[in-house]
Design a protein around this ligand. Structure first.
Ligand SMILES: [Zn+2]
Length: 165
């Protein structure tokens, strides 16, 4: 999917179309029209609004340009257009995680997001209270961190093998 619109001027048709496409994407992936995670620069995924408000924010504040893989809105693999769900991901092959970009709000992954957040706060104490910065950073480095985390969990506890059944 072409997401170059995210870098376009907010007054252009291209950007407008992109915003609509983004909202459609969220609906198609089962998000409630009244509760869509807001990817605008100010909210940076820390708040959820109804579709109208998210649209307003995207025009007023602009969209987070680094958010090219829509993990907070149902996208879970880098190959866009795939509708594979987290359950179908071959959980036992460590290497497959290299291609993942995971859903934030699946119950299995959620605790890892929280853990990652604490990790970020420890690693960047100077940004400890800057939620926007932290969310952005998390977006950037979570997939990679998660991959390593799972690999080490597999070795330590075989936790994911159990969960995968
Ligand atoms: Zn917002």
């Amino acid at each position: 999917m072409d997401r170059s619109w995210m870098r376009a001027d907010r007054r252009t048709k291209e950007y407008q179309r992109g915003v609509e496409e983004f909202l459609m994407y969220a609906f198609e992936h089962g998000f409630d029209e009244n509760k869509i995670n807001c990817p605008c620069v100010k909210c940076a995924h820390s708040k959820s609004w109804n579709a109208r408000r998210v649209r307003d924010h995207l025009f007023l504040n602009g969209i987070d340009e680094t958010y090219t893989c829509w993990i907070w809105h149902g996208e879970n693999v880098i190959e866009s257009g795939s509708s594979q769900s987290v359950d179908q991901i071959p959980i036992k092959t460590e290497n497959s995680y290299a291609h993942l970009c995971l859903l934030q709000n699946t119950t299995a992954v959620r605790p890892y997001f929280d853990e990652h957040m604490s990790f970020l706060m420890t690693k960047y104490p100077e940004h400890e209270n800057d939620e926007v910065w932290l969310k952005k950073k998390q977006n950037e480095i979570f997939p990679r961190w998660f991959q390593e985390k799972i690999a080490s969990d597999l070795l330590n506890e075989k936790k994911w093998n159990i969960n995968a059944r």
